[in-house]
Design a binder for this molecule. Structure first.
Ligand code: SAH
Ligand code: SF4
Ligand code: F3S
Length: 478
């Protein structure tokens, strides 16, 4: 056990809340030669929790580790380095990580050379860092979402036995370009277009853990997408916590998310998706850009969170149920084939039966074809955590069940409309059944069909024969 601490910069949610209007620094990553080879002969196991933003960060962490010599493994026993890239969005996400940290503690007894690291959104919370410092001595390195690119330095620090490293910054954040990336997929890629969030929905920890909204330059994004297309990638997903705010932080140009979609429309990439959209910022220009179609896929994830105007206000979402439904109408008119999915939180503090019924009513009217649904989880440091939680566990669970039943009807209905249609599928691999391939349609529907291995990674046409609740079954059109 390393008692010594060599670096100690810890987070503060209070500092993280501040938003200075300073210009964003664009840093170009360059690996210091002195770190080359520090991972030679060693294996890393990276465990990722949370959203697509974290999956994308993990691909960068892998890229950095592999450029200093480490090789990937999925085995804890084989690993010389285990890193947890964590999520703080709900309490159960955090509990899973603490459970895992406890479970693998004994690995250190059999392998004292093993290094354990923790990064991601949990590392941005002082409460978590404090607990790790005191109760989880098996963790050697804690670093945050703003300093992934310094990982080689922290590893070097551990290898030269200087003690545990805690280095987490509670800042607005920079943009770091040219970080090596080891992508998990060879046909689908994440492309960050912006980082951070300035929305401050009252329940949400993300604006505290990820810094302020800052957009990558369009030329850097377009260059990355063109390169991906040249390397044979078929589909990209543009990532940001609120992609519709893209470009609002530029001081030297007027360039919006709709402009970016238009420019990417002209690249050779075959499929473009994006997540996540904020309903207030989703504008007509974006809807128009989507309506042009082409490589922009007819699927939109538009988190609504609640159907009650009272609750939406308490959540600081800055739109009403009626405004949300109006946007849905516009979208359906402009892109008749669109599939819309959403996120909903039930049992926000003070949610009455009536409020909940408003949510059910909105779900019926919006015709969602899928949703992620959650029970409100208080996050320390956010305004909603201070509100009185007036509902029993039973009521919360019951509301979630009632909502999920309705959402599942939407899934089934959304699948049913493709029966008899011919759809294009990006083939991802075999399903659980031998001989059966699986992949996604433009509307993001899962399709299973019988086909040969060589189709994996290609776009094929499939005629849909039958719709089930969670997938479609079809036949290859040859
Ligand atoms: N930036 C995205 C998603 C953020 S997190 C957006 O604004 O839509 C993904 C989802 O987690 C949110 O949409 C919300 O539904 C849910 N979520 C966030 N904080 C939560 C909390 N404290 N309790 C329960 N669910 C939460
Ligand atoms: Fe959280 Fe709201 Fe930002 Fe989404 S828009 S990340 S829910 S604060
Ligand atoms: Fe979780 Fe952080 Fe993403 S809290 S949802 S990993 S931005």
């Amino acid at each position: 056990m390393k008692a010594k601490i060599s670096k100690f910069i810890v987070p503060s949610l209070k500092d993280a809340r501040k938003r200075l209007t300073k210009n964003t620094n664009h840093i170009h990553f360059k690996l210091d030669e002195k770190y080359l080879g520090i991972g030679d002969g060693k294996f890393y196991h990276l465990k990722t929790y949370g959203c697509q933003g974290n999956l994308a960060d993990s691909e960068k962490i892998s890229g950095i580790l592999e450029s200093v010599g480490y090789k990937k493994t999925d085995s804890d026993e084989k690993a010389d380095l285990i890193i947890f890239n964590t999520c703080a969005i709900r309490e159960n996400a955090e509990n899973r990580v603490f459970g895992e940290l406890g479970r693998i503690k004994s690995l250190k007894e059999s392998n004292p050379q093993l290094i354990m690291g923790l990064c991601g959104c949990m590392a941005q919370e002082e409460k978590v860092v404090d607990l790790i410092k005191k109760k989880y001595p098996q963790v050697d390195i804690v670093f945050g979402t703003h300093n992934i690119h310094n990982l080689p330095e922290y590893l070097e620090n551990c290898y030269s036995n200087q003690g545990r490293v805690f280095e987490v910054y509670s800042i607005e954040g920079d943009i770091v370009e040219d970080v090596p990336v080891r992508r998990d997929h060879n046909k689908k890629a994440w492309v960050n277009i912006m980082y951070g969030c300035d929305e401050f929905c009252t329940y949400c920890i993300v604006p505290y853990t990820r810094g302020k909204e800052r957009s990558r330059l369009p030329e850097d994004i377009i260059k990355e997408v063109e390169q991906l297309a040249n390397e044979g990638y078929i589909e990209i997903t543009l990532l940001g916590q609120n992609v519709n705010a893209y470009g609002k932080d530029f001081t030297d140009r007027n360039y919006t998310f709709a402009d970016l979609l238009k420019d990417l429309n002209n690249t050779n990439i075959k499929r473009i998706r994006f997540t996540t959209s904020h309903p207030r910022d989703l504008d007509d220009a974006t809807i128009e850009a989507m309506a042009r179609g082409g490589n922009i896929m007819p699927h939109l994830h538009l988190p609504v969170q609640s159907g009650s105007n009272e609750i939406l206000k308490k959540m600081n979402r800055k739109y009403t149920k009626e405004e949300y439904l109006e946007k849905i109408e516009k979208l359906k008119k402009a892109i008749p084939s669109i599939s819309i999915t959403t996120d909903i939180i039930v049992a926000f503090p003070g949610e009455s039966e009536e409020d909940f019924n408003e949510t059910l009513d909105l779900v019926r009217k919006a015709d969602f074809e899928g949703a992620y649904t959650f029970i409100f989880s208080p996050r320390e440091g956010t305004p909603a955590a201070k509100l009185e939680d007036n509902l029993s566990k039973e009521v919360k669970k019951e509301r979630l069940l009632t909502l999920n039943k309705l959402i599942n009807e939407g899934y089934a209905k959304g699948n049913k409309r493709f029966e008899g249609e011919i759809v294009e599928v990006l083939v991802e691999g075999f399903s659980d059944k031998k001989d059966t391939l699986t992949g996604y349609t433009p509307n993001n529907k899962l399709v299973n069909f019988v086909g040969k291995e060589e189709l994996i990674g290609t776009l094929v046409n499939v005629k849909i024969e039958k719709a089930f609740s969670w997938h479609l079954r079809g036949k290859l059109v040859e």
